[in-house]
Write a protein that binds this ligand. Structure first.
Ligand code: CTP
Ligand code: MG
Length: 232
């Protein structure tokens, strides 16, 4: 990274956590006395590489102002949108007067509180000279089936299949343009897919399996377990 190139983080945190089926959005459930969102943001802040972190928060969210981290000098709050992609675009727009097109942006799900400095640095070091950017991902250990109804119609070649994680790291200008061009397209479930629509091929960087996304109730205990056993 040259001296003039900054790095920014974007954290979509405006989901309702439907699959978690809790009394509040999953980013506000607690793990060892802190909310999932606080864990995520503190880990990004502790990496000490971001000029600022733009967090997309739902307009109906009463929990965010209660968190001490919401007033941290490096945190910028943006309005959440209907889908994850809308929240990410809103956060990208919130730093438009601060970020340069050539700066790097790392988009990271609020719901992945076990992100480590190791993974963040591994991603950055793998992509710093890359034209396009890329994402943390995991290969699949299970055999993968193509299914129609409840019948298997084929087995996928696993060597070509990866599970997309976050952070996903792209140049600010390229990412914002790609997200704007893809606005309203339901197929855009991560940043890489917006870049793919532009004909680009983001790089795959193998991540750690402890970087789970809290999605269903049982994931909270798993995240707790990983946090207690991480020491880097
Ligand atoms: N997200 C967001 N804005 C939305 C939807 C999701 O910022 N309109 C965020 C979530 O807060 C989460 C991340 O995107 O940090 C990944 O999304 P997901 O795991 O699907 O979270 P939810 O949409 O909240 O969960 P669910 O799909 O079960 O409702
Ligand atoms: Mg969702």
């Amino acid at each position: 990274m040259t001296h003039s190139t900054k790095s920014w983080a974007v954290v979509p945190a405006a989901g309702v956590g439907k699959r978690m089926n809790a009394d509040r959005p999953k980013q506000y459930l607690k793990l060892s006395g802190k909310t999932v969102l606080e864990h995520t943001l503190l880990r990004l802040l502790n990496a000490e590489i971001f000029a600022a972190i733009a967090v997309a928060i739902s307009e109906e969210d009463p929990y965010w102002p209660e968190l001490e981290v919401s007033t941290h000098e490096k945190i910028i709050t943006a309005a959440g949108g209907k889908e994850r992609a809308d929240s990410v675009l809103s956060a990208l727009k919130s730093i438009r007067t601060l970020a340069s097109d050539n700066d790097w942006v790392l988009v990271h799900d609020a719901a992945r509180p076990c992100i480590t400095a190791t993974d963040i640095h591994h991603l950055i070091n793998s992509l710093v000279n890359d034209e396009v950017g890329g994402i943390l991902a995991l290969s699949s250990h299970d055999t993968l089936k193509n299914v129609q109804g409840n019948r298997i119609v084929g087995t996928l070649d696993r060597s070509h299949i990866w599970r997309a994680l976050t952070p996903q790291m792209f140049r600010y200008g390229l990412l914002k343009n790609a997200m704007e061009a893809a606005e309203g397209n339901p197929a855009i479930t991560d940043e890489a897919s917006a870049l793919e629509l532009q004909g680009l091929q983001p790089k795959i960087v193998e991540g750690r399996p402890d970087n789970i996304k809290i999605t269903r109730p049982e994931d909270l205990a798993l995240a707790q377990f990983y946090m207690e056993h991480q020491n880097d």
